[in-house]
Design a protein around this ligand. Structure first.
Ligand code: AHG
Ligand code: MN
Ligand code: MN
Length: 318
């Protein structure tokens, strides 16, 4: 028989599972709306860019805006949500809810891999859930380190649509069954292989990386590693989770903090990686321990199998 996300949460969580289950149903509903839009993209006017830019100064794709609106709409109706932080909005969306009602902060990248939408390549949604702190200003609740995440996950819109999540009790995957419109459990307690055979990085930037990264890649090539780079973080990460290997977005001379965002790209994937036995760093420290200072701050992000990540650590300390 099938197990849905809701059932899994009821089994997994001891306390707060009703509220959290209702919260997660907001995410699954929004991602099913996004999936439907993506599947019909060529048939409806959802491809292409808008004239607007997001807070990152990046041109917004129509699907970025739709995905963002879907998540804000579906999650905004959950009383347990105190605030939403989106890659697409400069400021958090704050709801007027009391401390004992508005218990959660949700941070998300509504559509990851936007540059791949118009060429029909995998894109994703990434989310991270924090508890609202019962003290201090709301910004303190928003700027918590990755170790404080209550849950994290992503949806990968590919040949099939897969939701992967963790509540700190292992990593589990669900596949959307379009015949019943539900995410159905397909993998439990996923473990990242100790070692893979691919590295995943945009090698166009190689000349501008710190020397240690360049030497590291020479070493991997000498060990026979191949290269795979899709350009959608969620897709490159999902392959690394299933097959092992290493994904890198290093710092470079132009982007000293790299390109990827700490709160809604690095932290959720770092939690999943560690829960599956992998590692995630910013080149020096465990990503999850970085104390955020701004909601859209960027971080160098390296994530992958134990062997590749320990080798990277040695290369960067050399
Ligand atoms: P987003 O579409 O949410 O802005 O994310 C795009 C990110 C990430 O998905 C991917 O790993 C990275 O951009 C690719 O960047 P480069 O094109 O610089 O390699
Ligand atoms: Mn992204
Ligand atoms: Mn995005």
């Amino acid at each position: 028989m099938i197990t849905t996300v809701q059932q899994h949460i009821q089994q997994e969580m001891s306390e707060g599972r009703g509220t959290f289950g209702w919260l997660m149903s907001g995410i699954t509903l929004a991602t099913k709306m996004i999936e439907a839009k993506i599947r019909a993209a060529g048939l409806t006017d959802i491809y292409g860019a808008l004239s607007s830019e997001n807070v990152q100064g990046e041109q917004q794709q129509k699907l970025d805006v739709f995905a963002n609106q879907a998540l804000i709409h579906c999650l905004g109706t959950r009383d347990s949500v105190a605030a939403l932080v989106s890659e697409e909005d400069e400021e958090p969306v704050v709801f007027d809810r009391s401390l004992d009602t508005g218990k959660y902060i949700i941070v998300f990248d509504p559509l990851d891999g936007s540059s791949n939408i118009d060429v029909n390549v995998n894109v994703g949604t990434i989310f991270s859930v924090h508890r609202r702190l019962t003290w201090g200003a709301l910004t303190e609740s928003v700027l918590q380190p990755g170790t404080s995440q209550v849950a994290a996950g992503y949806v990968l819109y590919g040949p099939s649509t897969v939701l992967v999540y963790t509540t700190g009790r292992g990593v589990h995957a669900f596949t959307l069954d379009p015949t019943i419109g539900a995410f159905v459990l397909t993998q439990e307690n996923m473990k990242m292989p100790e070692r893979g055979k691919y590295y995943s990085v945009n090698e166009a930037n190689v000349a501008s990386w710190p020397e240690g990264y360049q030497q590291y890649l020479v070493g991997l090539r000498n060990e026979g590693f191949g290269a795979r780079y899709i350009g959608s973080l969620v897709a490159d990460f999902h392959r690394t989770l299933l097959k092992g290997g290493v994904f890198l977005y290093p710092p470079n001379k132009v982007k000293a903090e790299g390109k990827l965002r700490l709160l809604y790209e690095a932290n959720p994937l770092a939690l999943i990686a560690e829960q599956a036995g992998g590692m995630a760093t910013n080149g020096a420290d465990r990503v999850l321990e970085v104390r955020p200072e701004a909601i859209h701050q960027r971080t160098p992000f390296m994530v992958g199998s134990r062997y590749e990540m320990e080798t990277l650590g040695r290369a960067l300390r050399a």
